[in-house]
Design a protein around this ligand. Structure first.
Ligand SMILES: [Zn+2]
Length: 85
């Protein structure tokens, strides 16, 4: 398993290149899971605090907000490395 810092770096690079990564599988309201049921609503800069050994490091990355096309619900998709925001 990659360490947290590598995960954040990979995430940042993928989104920086325009890839639309979605970690959560289902819409929190209606349970839709198909890729075509979702559209990116917003892409935001976001600081993440990650724990590296005994240190907490703040890294700047991206976070996506999605809209479910089935029910209209908007939700933020938090990457798995999130410790605090
Ligand atoms: Zn939905």
């Amino acid at each position: 398993m990659m360490d947290l810092f590598e995960q954040v770096k990979a995430h940042t690079q993928r989104l920086g290149m325009g890839e639309r990564v979605r970690y959560g599988r289902a819409c929190p309201r209606c349970g839709a899971v198909e890729g075509h049921d979702f559209r990116v609503d917003e892409c935001r800069r976001r600081k993440f605090r990650i724990v590296l050994g005994r240190c907490i490091q703040v890294v700047l990355s991206w976070i996506l907000r999605w809209r479910c096309l089935r029910c209209g619900k908007r939700f933020t998709d938090y990457p798995p490395f999130r410790v605090a925001t």
